[in-house]
Design a binder for this molecule. Sequence first.
Ligand code: 13P
Length: 249
Amino acid sequence: MINRKFLIAGNWKMNGMFDSISEVCKIDQYSKKLNCDLALCLPNTIIYKAHENISHEKLIIGAQNCHHEESGAFTGDISAKMLKNAGAKVIIVGHSERRQNYFENNELINRKATSVINSGLQVIICIGETEEEKNNGQTNDVVCSQLRNSIPVISNGENTVIAYEPIWAIGTGRIPSLKEIQGVHSQLRLLITEIKGTETANKMRILYGGSVKPNNAKDIFALEDVDGALVGGASLKSEDFLGIANLCP
Ligand code: 13P
């Protein structure tokens, strides 16, 4: 059995003001007792303040998206390098809310992920099927095609994390069966082996995301190819987020 260190990453989405930093600080304080790695991907407006207020012992701060170029005439956009400058150490790319709302495709996500890695940061690449695709039995085809096309050539087991988030499980309280989650994760690991080789596939963490809560995380974490979670709603409250992190094996 291969030991990959668990990563519990929170995605605050469009939530959080300056006064939410107290919640970040509670997570930071407690995180020192945990065995897993911990990340909070915050709105850009509070990244620097969080960065200034944490101990930098365990918890890392991250962002939820970036532009694929380093700088230039891109009004309203922000680059991986700028986010790094503000204190981010990890950036999520390809979240389904961006794929759906901003029509981001695999090619663009690949460029964004490349830019994150080239900036010296870790990238979390999200993939996941719609409910219709699941019902049509297309889950494995969809997620494998997303992964194959969005993972950069320069990705390795250290700079890249994959997050499998079935779109229909996000914010709904519904999750796939444990067998289905393990099935998708093992398929993804096989594909990483094919693209990057066994050593990288053994190192690369594959997170599950979608309605992860303190009451279902333990069973999900017991699955062989699950190496942590990408948590939305339950990452906004320190008790819930830490409750999940505490269940890491
Ligand atoms: P929920 O945990 O709220 O379902 O959100 C999952 C998610 O989208 C994390 O990126």
